[in-house]
Every structure is written in C-alpha cells, then in structure tokens.
Design a protein around this ligand. Sequence first.
Ligand code: HEM
Length: 402
Amino acid sequence: MTEAKLVFDPFSEDFFNGAYETYRRMREEAPVYYNEEYDFYALTRHEDVAPGLRDFETYSSAYGIDLATVQSGGVPEGQKSIIFMDPPDHRHMRSLLNKVFTPRAIQSQKPMVVAKVEKYLSRVNPDGFDAVQDFTGPFPVEVITTMLGVPEESAQQIRHWIDDSLTREPGQVKMSREAMEINIQTGMFYYELVQKRRADPQDDLFSKLIAAEVECDDGTKRRLDDIEIAGFATLLGGAGAETVTKLLGSAVYLFAKFPEQWEKLVDDPAKIPAAVEELLRFEAPSQYQVRRSMRDVHLHGTTIPEGKPVFLINGSANRDGEVWTDPDKFDIDRDRTEAQNMGFGYGIHSCLGAALARMESAVALEKLVDFMPRFEVDFANCQRVHMQNVAGWKHIPVRAIR
Ligand code: HEM
C-alpha cells in the first residue's frame, strides 16, 4: 500500500490536532517541503530550523511572520512592532525592551502572578470545571495587562479580542474583516491608555515605555511614539497571554493522559521547572515562525527561491528523533541537554517574555498540584483551538478526584 500524499496544511484539522505525524514524514521525506496550494516552503529538521531561526539575513521577519502578511508583500505601515524587525532596528528595540523586562522586574511581579492564579483557582468548582475557560485562559491575560497598566475590568475583553483575531477556520489563510476591525479596536484602546499615561505616569509598563529611549542608527536617541507603544502592547497581549494559556491547557491534558508524570510532580514539586521545559518541547504553543527568504537557498537538493514564505517549524524540531531520544515520549525527567529546545523560538527573536512565562507556568502548576493532586479529564469533550500558529486547547473538562 502506498502512503497518502504528504501534505502540510497549516489551516487544516491535521494542523489544529497536532501535526506531529505529518512533521515526521516531512523530516524524513521532504526536509525542504513545498506546498503548492499556498506556495510556501517549510523546514522541519532540528538541524535546519535552528540555524534558520538564527539566520535573519536569509530568513527575514520584516515582511511579516504569518503566511498572509508575507504573501501580501509586507507589514502595513504603522504596525511595525519588534517581532517584524530585522537588525539593526531589531537590535535597538530589543535593547530598549531588555531594560524594561529585566530579570528583577519580572521577579518583582511574582506576588501579583500568585494573586491572579489564586483568584481564578479559588473560583472553580473542583467537581467539574473547564481548565481553559475557567483558569488557563483568564489569568495570563490579567498578568500581562496588569503589568502594562490596563484597568482590571478590561482584561477579559482583551482576551476575547485576541482570541478572535487569531482564530482561523479550516482553509482560512487571511484574517477575517471582523478580526481586522477588532485589531483596530484593540490598537485604539491601547492608544487612548498611552495618552492617559503620558498625562499621568504610573508604576507600569506603559509609563516605562513612554520614558524609555531607543537608539537610532546615527547614534542619536529618541522616544517611542504613542502608536509604537500601542502596537507593542497589542503584541504583548497576543504573545504573552495566548501562549501561556496554551502551555497550561496542554499541561492539564497531557498530565491526565500520563498520570505517572503528574504523580512525579505531586511527590516532588521541585520538578515543576523541568516539567515546564518538557511541555514547551512536547507541545510548543507557538508551532512555527514564518519568514521571507531573502536569497535563493540551496538545501537538501532543493532550491527555495528568493521572496517566498518559509515556515520554520520549531514544533517539529522539538520532536526530531535525530537529536532527542524517544522524541514522542512526554517525559519530565528527560535529558534536557540533548538539544536546543525551541519552544521559545531561537536566535534574535527568541521570546522576550520567557522568564515571565516560565514563572507564570510554574506558579500555576504549583497551585494545581495542591488543588488537584488527583484529577481526571473528560477526553471525549475536549476541544482544540483553530488558530494560526498557536496550538492547544479551547475546552478541557476536568474533575478533581477526592
Ligand atoms: C509559554 C509561553 C510563551 C511561548 C511558548 C512564547 C513563544 C515565543 C516564540 C516562539 C517567539 C519567537 C517569535 C519569532 O521568532 O518570530 C516569541 C517572541 C516573543 N515573545 Fe514569547 N512566548 C511566550 C510567552 C511570552 C510572554 C509571557 C511574553 C510577554 C512579555 C512574550 C513576549 C514575546 C515578545 C515581545 C516576542 C518578540 C521578541 C522579538 O521579536 O525580539 N512571550 N515568543
């Protein structure tokens, strides 16, 4: 029997359900994969994705990091936030943000993170709740919006806006008109807040970004304008809330599937940081990063022409059996030094919020271990999200076993 044609469709049920079998075939049969329908290339091997993510001269972020934007010719003026920058602009912006996101600044947020986690966990009914809708969804957005300086009552509205702008139905490449309008609405919301903070600075990220200076190419310095700050806030909402939600949703699902791994955490909570790393590897919340090829690339006997969207699939590199032992085994005790885990990306764009994400995830798991040392998931009624580039769950019905 011949195997079915190898198709990687990032807007299909196969992708939404975790395309790990497709990735395996791509690594073996088509390490430089070409999708005729959408006209893009994809790299899946660890040995190709890692250098690809580092090589910003060959694989540029400046034309967008999703298929539709790269194909449309680039990021619209006024939406150029850090994630869409190549050096030198990226270097200048990142060094400004590194000054705001210092390890100390992140650590100082821990009591706030604990309070947000406890707030939502104390409201759930242990006899039956939805792990995503009741817990892993609502708290991360409150963490990042609190840090920014958004009033608490607006946080959940922002979460729904982000969800709507990332949602894709099977076959849908572009953002819907409705989603575009939502994005504009989000930008306007932040823009108004930035203006308020200019008039009345507080101890929050908005005020720090208003005060910070970015270096220009000629060595002079300038402040960020209101549109740049609002754009960055929009990015943080998406990058900083959706991903943590997905990681922790996957945690609940996977620990229910592999209860012996959960028992390890119950017996020894000191293993929680290692569990977070394994979750990032096993089910990378951000599965791929799209770039634009800036020259013809000759690789494994194939040529990627200049000007094409290229998917660098870190979710596949994290499951590559060439570098990981038993890559499809969820094992919190695995040897993490075997290879570079690319759950947070790699290279110059690697996650700015990694320390915050690790802290939030660890706090949430610590509290969950106490809250439900034994639990079960109603697997038949779990539902995945249909989103561009992020993979994870929308509904996970859970019951704590007493
Ligand atoms: C488990 C949670 C998270 C995951 C899996 C994740 C993943 C990633 C990945 C893969 C990238 C690289 C994007 C690229 O190469 O184009 C990235 C970049 C980024 N992340 Fe995260 N992220 C998480 C949490 C956060 C949080 C909490 C924040 C908020 C501070 C954040 C802010 C950012 C920003 C601003 C960038 C862009 C950095 C740059 O362009 O230099 N992320 N993240």
